[in-house]
Design a protein around this ligand. Structure first.
Ligand SMILES: O=P(O)(O)OC[C@H]1O[C@H](OP(=O)(O)OP(=O)(O)O)[C@H](O)[C@@H]1O
Ligand SMILES: Nc1nc2[nH]cnc2c(=O)[nH]1
Length: 180
């Protein structure tokens, strides 16, 4: 089993880059079909989505635009993970077909806040594309979650954009914590 250490934590290989690429190709095909004749605006949620978004849009062969947003958490309330503000949301999304791009949906809290703030700007439609989803961790129902790469167990993962204490985002494969 291919194991690595990121800072103090051990991880084992979980999803190899080739597996990710094949799935992302299929997700792109599905989006090309669903948005034929439209010009969707992909909005990546920084930081974790940067590699997934880059690979996903390379599979898109219809006109599209790309933007990024960042969410900032309340200071001192990290245990509840409340979200204070959304940075970088374009002003002119009214009437646009939006596809929010996430690396992972865990509890669903981040997306719930993002969706609320985006919907206030009256887009034509909003869907979410997430590479990973932890169904067992979900606390918020997200109807807009249309394109999911992989449903994974409720385990901590790192690599391909996902970090452990800021490290590991550059790994080409995704690893899971070994729990030792
Ligand atoms: O469904 P949730 O429980 O809200 O968790 C999912 C969020 O957590 C991660 O972001 P993180 O806050 O770690 O920031 P990062 O993308 O900069 O790593 C991920 O990119 C999602 O945005
Ligand atoms: N790196 C990383 N970030 C997350 N954010 C929510 N869940 C996870 C996870 O499993 N790994």
């Amino acid at each position: 089993m291919h194991k690595i250490k990121v800072e103090d934590k051990e991880f084992e290989i979980f999803l190899e880059n080739d597996t990710l690429s094949k799935r992302i190709r299929l997700m792109g095909i599905q989006i090309n079909v669903d948005y034929e004749g439209k010009c969707p605006l992909f909005i990546g949620v920084l930081n974790g989505s940067f590699l997934f978004l880059a690979d996903l849009v390379k599979e898109i062969n219809i006109p599209c635009e790309v933007a990024f947003i960042r969410v900032a958490s309340y200071q001192g309330t990290t245990s509840t993970g409340e979200i204070k503000e959304l940075i970088g949301l374009p002003d002119d999304i009214e009437g646009r077909d939006i596809i929010i791009v996430e690396d992972i949906v865990d509890t669903g809290l981040t997306l719930t806040h993002i969706l609320k703030m985006i919907n206030e700007k009256n887009p034509a439609s909003v869907k979410v594309s997430s590479l990973l989803l932890k169904p067992a961790a979900l606390k918020y129902n997200i109807d807009a979650l249309e394109y999911v790469g992989f449903e994974i167990p409720n385990e901590f993962v790192v690599g391909y954009g996902l970090d452990y204490n800021g490290l590991g985002r550059n790994l080409t494969d995704i690893y899971r914590a070994t729990g030792v």
